[in-house]
Design a protein around this ligand. Structure first.
Ligand SMILES: [Zn+2]
Length: 147
């Protein structure tokens, strides 16, 4: 269901003339473990925790989360993706297909993750719309963070 919604979202964007695709969907525990360990080696565990998840904790293991990339590879997986037309379009339209931008810029203290304009999570259309309209994160919506 999430995968089908993702295709609809990407197709809608590409009909507007963008060149969007998804770079990573489901990740196995093993893949996440390898990725996380690589990040820890490179940047140290404290830094790695801010942008990657420990194995078993990544949303990518749920199969509900995708990273959206554009053909302009300079901005892929960077904060600057949020400033591109593609990133702006994702921000404004993802909820129509049941997705939220999971780690917004002004909510890093709530999500515990750095701003990732490319990382979207499927929550279903109704929830996505509510979160979008209220500018809420999943943590706030689920009452995991005191308001
Ligand atoms: Zn991601």
């Amino acid at each position: 269901m999430a995968r089908e919604a993702l295709h609809k979202l990407l197709n809608a964007g590409n009909k507007k003339g963008y060149h969007l695709s998804s770079a990573s969907g489901f990740r196995s525990y093993q893949t996440q473990e390898q990725l996380f360990n690589r990040y820890v080696q490179r940047d140290g565990e404290e830094a790695a925790n801010k942008y990657s998840a420990k194995p078993g904790h990544s949303e990518h293991q749920t199969g509900l989360t995708y990273d959206v990339v554009s053909e302009n590879t300079d901005t892929n997986f960077k904060e600057s993706f949020g400033k591109t037309e593609e990133g702006q379009w994702i921000k404004r339209n993802a909820h129509k297909y049941g997705f939220i931008v999971r780690y917004p810029k002004d909510k890093t203290h709530i999500t515990g993750y750095q701003y990732e304009p490319w990382h979207i999570r499927y929550v279903g259309k109704d929830t996505a719309k509510t979160l979008y309209n209220h500018r809420e994160t999943l943590e706030e919506y689920l009452d995991l963070y005191p308001k």
